[in-house]
Design a protein around this ligand. Structure first.
Ligand SMILES: Cc1cc2nc3c(=O)[nH]c(=O)nc-3n(C[C@H](O)[C@H](O)[C@H](O)COP(=O)(O)O)c2cc1C
Length: 261
């Protein structure tokens, strides 16, 4: 039996969930959708996707990953999708069901889990938000058991009107590219931002990060910077920072490295 869990994460929430699922599944690989790809030469029994919700839909990179994967060899696998979102997942679970259906595959299980909202460019990392960490952590074992036992919990059909309206939010997010990010004099040139970026959008140049216009808006650079030297416009300076307490910066970095390129 072989399993694979594909994840996408900025601040570690979805890696926390993906890791717990992967630990419980037989012979499981854990692969970032940032740079990794699906190996269609292998036959899997479980194939999972764990990712945040962005603008009530999937992160662009995750949509692309699922769209591009060929799964002929594993059509009979148990497919599952989990989105660790901040509040409302919108169509983030029904859209992958639709993409997979077009490939002749059923998404057997879909579930949202409410986690700490990490979109610091939009709101403060306040106490009420941070409290969600514990509630989510308590829910993970139940979720894992459902997946291991191959529970059938379909996502349902995409609400196309909602899907269309999320396209606008997505356009706004991605049109920003990385134009708003700035680096203060507190930067010590440690290069952590470069390494935590799941899509290699940051390169250290003259000991300072430079952004290469392929940003997913995951907030990893802003949130993991040990000096809080990266900000989005003038919005994030006093909003606090959040990274998932169960996940170390080292795990994020290793996860970004260990991909099938
Ligand atoms: C660009 C962006 C857009 C987001 N949009 C939503 C959203 O529409 N609905 C929601 O519930 N959470 C939203 N969030 C919050 C994340 O989905 C949530 O914090 C998630 O757990 C972060 O996962 P990560 O730590 O694995 O990156 C958004 C976060 C970002 C960075």
């Amino acid at each position: 039996m072989k399993s694979v869990v594909y994840y996408f994460t900025g601040t570690g929430n979805n890696l926390q969930v993906a890791k717990k699922i992967a630990e419980a599944l037989p012979n499981c690989e854990l692969i970032s959708m940032g740079k990794g790809r699906h190996d269609n030469t292998k036959v899997y029994d479980y194939i999972g996707f764990v990712y945040p919700t962005y603008a009530f839909n999937l992160p662009r990179r995750v949509t692309r990953f699922i769209n591009e994967m060929s799964i002929e060899k594993s059509k009979n696998a148990y497919f599952f999708a989990v989105t660790g979102c901040g509040n409302i997942s919108g169509v983030a679970l029904t859209v992958p069901a639709k993409i997979l259906a077009k490939k002749g595959v059923t998404l057997n299980f879909a579930e949202e889990i409410i986690m700490v909202g990490n979109y610091v460019a939009m709101y403060k990392m306040n106490e009420r938000n941070l409290e969600k960490y514990q509630t989510a952590t308590d829910q993970i074992p139940v979720l894992v058991r459902k997946i291991v036992s191959k529970t059938q919990q379909p996502a349902g059909k995409v609400n196309e009107a909602l899907n269309l309206s999320t396209a606008f939010g997505q356009k706004v997010i991605y049109a920003r590219k990385d134009k708003g990010f700035n680096v203060s004099d507190d930067c010590i040139g440690c290069g952590i931002c470069e390494k935590v970026c799941p899509v290699s959008n940051i390169k250290m140049e003259n000991n300072k990060p430079s952004f290469h216009h392929n940003c997913e808006q995951c907030m990893a650079c802003v949130q993991w910077c040990p000096k809080e030297a990266i900000n989005y416009k003038n919005k994030t300076q006093n909003r606090g920072r959040y990274t998932n307490p169960s996940i170390s910066v080292k795990e994020i970095i290793e996860g970004n490295k260990n991909n099938r390129q």
